[in-house]
Design a binder for this molecule. Structure first.
Ligand SMILES: *Cc1c(COP(=O)(O)O)cnc(C)c1O
Length: 450
């Protein structure tokens, strides 16, 4: 029996399409999910899969040294290895945040640093799969001229990098005047065609949908479920890194909610194939300024309404009408999930607090950390629980947020942990005075941490 995977309509699993067909919606206009031939995967025992994944982990044999392609049979078996576009994404570090955990009152706090990846965010995990499938389509003779997305941040960086590695032109649509140079510089550097439109993000999304309707420009936004297949490997990696033990909680920030759905999908697949025998609980953390899922959770998921998201420092999750809302709700119900939210103040302070213990947190990770702190205080997360916080991007991609925090100029935030430099004359006594003062502070803080 062959490993195989295909698109299926969410509302009718018999409506199927090959993964190499240019199709984004079902006949009824719903989303498509990727379905695997599970019987073919069941030909191997759980033990055999674990051994295979261990054997390939972080080696150089093409393309299996990639955290994503090391699980190729589970992710995207239909791409030939020649057409894989990989920069050995995944395999990111999962580490014990001992000191931060101590300060928050839990022993077993872990951070999965997905930002330690090629373009600095977890978006690489999904984009390697999408761009590889596009290269397979081109090799099969499909007339695809380019891949496009509407995005201001991490998606466009990943698309531009993987497109450049594949030699496939990429087009990035973004709202003019609303994007900083720092957010733009990755696609610019990778040679993407960057089009700044006189509209907002939703306006860009409408244009990119119209442009990609003609089939020769492939749509890379997250309604394309190929990306979820790559992103689900984060769940498998976490469990593998714990020697196949399941943590009690996994906390993840959510905007469009594809990543929340992907996390659940990876866990369910391991469960179905017998690699794990229990499931963790999932926490989806939202910014209070962009919290449609949190609001739905408050009604026990009885009611959901899209909202207009307000600006948040966690710009990648400033989304009011998440594409993967139904997928995410289904997963949260399956995993006895919790949705928590964080204000601008809470997310900024949580990120800064974590930085004081050696992390370097992006604002989205700040949202996840703030949610974790609240759930510990509420007693929902117990102090003996093993908790993994998924850090979605590298802090270095969000220098503006860090600088503004320490200059106390973030919107709606009074920076509790601001640590601005002290300007002094080049005078020994003046320097000694400040050192004496500050070293006492340091000593006190060190003791508190013990
Ligand atoms: C895209 C992104 C998210 C949100 O992921 P969704 O799948 O849209 O929920 C969170 N953090 C960062 C850094 C991102 O780039």
């Amino acid at each position: 029996m062959q490993y195989d995977a295909w698109f299926a309509a969410q509302d009718d699993p018999n409506e199927r399409y090959p993964l190499t067909e240019v199709v984004y919606y079902s006949k009824s206009g719903g989303l498509l999910d990727v379905i695997h031939n599970m019987d073919a995967l069941r030909q191997h025992s759980a033990e055999e899969w674990k051994q295979l994944f261990e054997y390939r982990w972080m080696r150089t044999s093409w393309p299996y040294g990639s955290g994503v392609w090391g699980k190729k049979e589970w992710v995207c078996p239909i791409v030939s290895n020649d057409n894989v576009i990989s920069m050995f994404e995944g395999g990111s570090n999962l580490f014990w945040a001992e000191r931060l955990g101590q300060e928050l009152g839990i022993r077993d706090l872990w951070i999965k640093l997905c930002g330690n990846s090629h373009t600095g965010s977890f978006k690489d995990l999904g984009m390697t799969v999408l761009v590889s499938v596009v290269r397979q389509m081109i090799a099969d003779g499909k007339p695809i001229r380019a891949v496009a997305c509407a995005s201001t941040g991490d998606t466009s960086a990943a698309l531009a990098a993987y497109g450049a590695a594949a030699g496939i032109p990429t087009i990035v649509f973004l709202p003019k005047g609303k994007v900083s140079t720092a957010q733009l510089v990755q696609p610019i550097a990778h040679g993407a065609l960057v089009l700044a439109l006189d509209t907002d993000f939703d306006g860009c999304m409408r244009i990119v949908r119209d442009i990609t309707a003609d089939q020769s420009i492939y749509l890379a936004n997250s309604l394309n479920s190929l990306r979820i297949e790559g992103q689900k490997t984060v769940a498998i990696e976490i469990v593998q890194q714990f020697d196949w033990q399941v943590p009690d909680w996994i906390v993840i920030p959510g905007g469009n909610l594809g990543n929340t759905a992907a996390l659940g999908k990876g866990l369910l697949m391991m469960h179905e194939l017998g690699l794990i025998d229990r499931l963790p609980r999932i926490v989806c953390a939202q910014a209070e300024n962009a919290n449609p899922l949190y609001r739905a959770y408050q009604t026990g998921f009885e009611r959901y309404e899209p909202i207009t998201a307000k600006p948040t420092a966690a710009s990648a999750i400033q989304i009011g009408a998440p594409v993967s809302i139904n997928r995410a709700i289904r997963m949260l119900q399956r995993f006895d999930g919790v949705v928590e939210q964080a204000s601008e103040q809470e997310l900024a302070d949580a990120a800064a607090h974590a930085d004081r213990t050696g992390l370097y947190s992006c604002p989205h990770t700040g949202v996840a950390l703030a949610a974790t702190i609240k759930l510990i205080k509420q007693g929902v997360i117990q102090n003996t629980d093993r908790v993994v916080v998924i850090s979605t991007a590298h802090g270095l991609k969000f220098s503006g947020f860090k600088v503004n925090y320490h200059e106390n100029s973030l919107r709606d935030v009074v920076s509790q942990h601001a640590n601005p430099p002290i300007e002094l004359p080049a005078d020994l006594d003046a320097v000694r005075r400040v050192l004496d003062e500050r070293m006492e502070d340091f000593a006190r803080r060190g003791q508190n941490a013990r």
